[in-house]
Design a protein around this ligand. Structure first.
Ligand SMILES: Nc1ncnc2c1ncn2[C@@H]1O[C@H](COP(=O)(O)OP(=O)(O)OP(=O)(O)O)[C@@H](O)[C@H]1O
Length: 299
């Protein structure tokens, strides 16, 4: 379990993270979402004892990270896939860590297999790795000590679609076996498919959090009409407000019945009327983090 309580980090007068609280339960994947500069990495660094908080606290398995004996056996961390020594081979990186953690060196081979790095890749120097291979090595490193908790900062960076699909499966399986996963992303669609819980951060503050399915259910209704301008006018007349989607629909914070009635009263022909689901969540994400680099967030 990870518990984050009122974490705050200020650099001079700049609040990088402001009063952030959330809990990651065993058996779940928590998606930590926010645009660039929102405070995700700073929060994760505070969880892992790398950045001292200005105030507040974080615990992993009930204790602050720095008080964990042999932390790699309790929590697997991937904060920066490029941080490995470029002159070492993938196998050397893992073998050294296995030695430090007191893990059998055979586990290094198992971890490499688990992340899809074959014997040729394992013999190659890390400086010759692609970003995707570095992410896989970072993940192998995080898994090496068979921890109960994983903290991964933007682990999908550099992975191709097949790699992202593979990683989701790995994280899901880890959580289904009772593990706790916290993973960050600036792309909603990347975490939505695997996360049970979402914590959305913008400008250093948590702007929304909860079960993914509940957030999805509260995401409004998507409506699409033959004549979008007429639909806009009909919604306006009914006192309903909507946010246009990028593909010509409108997400309205109201139920299908209210929207259907408003359209019918104005004689507007509808092409689509359904729970907005992830499209609506995307709109909420955009609204909540407005002013941040939102375009990139929903790319
Ligand atoms: N060491 C530091 N000194 C000063 N400011 C910092 C430092 N580290 C982070 N910040 C600032 O804190 C804020 C949050 O940064 P952080 O890296 O945590 O965001 P992020 O959500 O991880 O973004 P990204 O997705 O771009 O990595 C930013 O405004 C950043 O400039």
């Amino acid at each position: 379990m990870i518990k984050v309580e009122h974490l705050t980090k200020r650099y001079g007068s700049h609040p990088a993270v402001e009063d952030v609280s959330f809990t990651c339960e065993p058996g779940t994947v928590t998606g930590f979402l926010g645009p660039n500069g929102a405070g995700k990495s700073t929060t994760m660094r505070m969880i892992c004892g790398l950045t001292p908080p200005t105030s507040g606290a974080a615990t992993v398995c009930g204790v602050p990270y720095r008080r964990l004996g042999n932390p790699g056996r309790r929590i697997g961390v991937l904060l920066d896939a490029s941080a490995q020594h470029g002159g070492r081979t993938g196998r050397e990186v893992l073998a050294l860590s296995a030695l430090t953690m007191g893990v059998d060196s055979a586990e290094a081979t198992r971890a490499l297999d688990r992340v899809g790095l074959n014997a040729t890749a394992a013999r190659r120097r890390v400086k010759r790795y692609s970003l995707g291979m570095r992410q896989r090595l970072g993940l192998a490193h995080a898994l090496l000590g068979d921890p109960a908790v994983l903290v991964l900062d933007e682990p999908a960076n550099g992975l191709d679609p097949e790699g992202i699909f593979w990683m989701r499966g790995l994280l899901r399986e880890f959580a289904d076996r009772g593990g706790t996963v916290l993973l960050s992303s600036h792309l909603l669609r990347e975490v939505e498919a695997v996360a049970d819980h979402l914590v959305v951060i913008g400008g250093g503050r948590v702007v929304a959090q909860g079960a993914r399915d509940e957030l999805l259910a509260s995401a409004g209704t998507l409506v699409r009409a033959l004549d979008p301008a007429a639909l806009g006018a009909a919604l306006h007349r009914a006192g309903l407000t909507g946010t246009p989607t990028t593909d010509g629909g409108v997400v309205v914070r109201a139920g299908a019945e209210a929207i259907g009635r408003a359209a019918a009263e104005s004689g507007v022909a509808l092409l689509e009327l359904r729970p907005a689901g992830s499209g609506g969540l995307e709109q909420i994400f955009l609204e909540l983090t407005a002013g941040e680099s939102v375009r990139e967030a929903v790319r």
